[in-house]
Each structure stands twice: as structure tokens, then as C-alpha cells.
Design a protein around this ligand. Structure first.
Ligand code: FES
Ligand code: FES
Length: 166
């Protein structure tokens, strides 16, 4: 039976009807119209559906929607500040990392959550952190270089303590 689910999405309170078996990915895309989380495999293998849940990167195809009650969900859409891109988004763009772009929103979220935990990573640590996000265009080197540049402050300070607690 459907129930009303309340949670925070990109800083805003949301109330939506949800079915017990619905995944967070389905809820975001099909009910709430947010298409930045992509459905690649729907089995936790590709990372295209990655969002940040209470500060941690999760694969939204593996999260049952009712379990996010009262929690904070952030998608790639929620990282921009008006017209201004988040440093990770800007770096990916400037480094020409996205090729087809299908994996990119998931990469953005995985990289953002990773840098919150490890703001000064090595290149190897970045590679490891992004290894759960498949890019069929094999653009890993550019994604890695971009994250490294952000960690060195080349794209400005990472936003911290924002109201949606990314
Ligand atoms: S769609 Fe979720 S990991 Fe592939
Ligand atoms: S840019 Fe990642 S799959 Fe193409």
C-alpha cells in the first residue's frame, strides 16, 4: 500500500506518495521528474544512479524509497548554486571529462561525497573512489585529473555546511 513519504530533496522538503517496493531511483525519476540520476543497470553495478544520502554516496537503484524518510537526498541538480556550477561540475566540464555524459551525474555525486570525506586525496585514492562508477567511454583519466584539480583548490573552495548538508 502506498504511503506518504517526507524527506529533503536538494534542500527542499518534499512529500510524495510512495510504494513499498519503489526504489529511490524510480521515485526521483518517475515521480519527481529528476532525470540526472540515470538508470544504467538497475542492479548496483554501474553507479549511474549515484546520489548523496545524508552526506554519503549511495546507488539509488539499491535504496528502497520509503527508507529515506526524514533524510537528505542530493542529486547533481542540487549542487549548482543558481547559474554557478559546483567546483566538481565545473572541473569535469573544463577537463572535457564527460564524453557521452550518461555516467557523469553519478561521477559528480561520487566525487563530491568522496572529497567531503577525503579532501586531500592521492590520484590512486581518487581512482579507487570512482571505480564503482562505470564509464564506457573510458574517460577515467580526465575524471581523475579533474577531481585532483578540485582537491588542490583550482576550482575554488568546496561548499561546506550547506543547508542540504551535502
Ligand atoms: S543503475 Fe544503479 S548502479 Fe547501475
Ligand atoms: S562519459 Fe561516461 S559513459 Fe560516456
Amino acid at each position: 500500500m502506498s504511503e506518504i513519504l517526507s524527506f529533503y530533496l536538494n534542500g527542499n522538503p518534499v512529500e510524495v506518495l510512495v510504494k513499498p517496493e519503489q526504489t529511490l531511483l524510480e521515485l526521483l525519476r518517475d515521480e519527481l521528474g529528476l532525470t540526472s540520476p540515470k538508470c544504467g543497470c538497475n542492479h548496483g553495478d554501474c553507479g549511474a544512479c549515484t546520489v548523496i544520502l545524508d552526506g554519503k554516496a549511495v546507488k539509488s537503484c539499491l535504496v528502497l524509497a520509503p527508507t529515506v524518510k526524514g533524510k537528505k537526498v542530493v542529486t547533481a541538480d542540487g549542487l549548482c548554486s543558481g547559474e554557478k556550477l559546483h567546483p566538481i561540475q565545473q572541473a569535469f566540464l573544463d577537463y572535457g571529462a564527460p564524453q557521452c555524459g550518461y555516467c557523469t551525474p553519478g561521477m559528480v555525486m561520487a566525487a563530491t561525497a568522496f572529497l567531503l570525506e577525503n579532501p586531500k586525496p592521492t590520484k590512486e585514492e581518487i581512482k579507487e573512489a570512482l571505480s564503482g562508477n562505470l564509464c564506457r567511454c573510458a574517460g577515467y583519466e580526465k575524471y581523475t585529473e579533474a577531481v585532483l584539480a578540485v582537491s588542490k583548490g583550482e576550482f575554488g573552495l568546496l561548499p561546506e555546511g550547506s543547508d542540504f548538508n551535502v
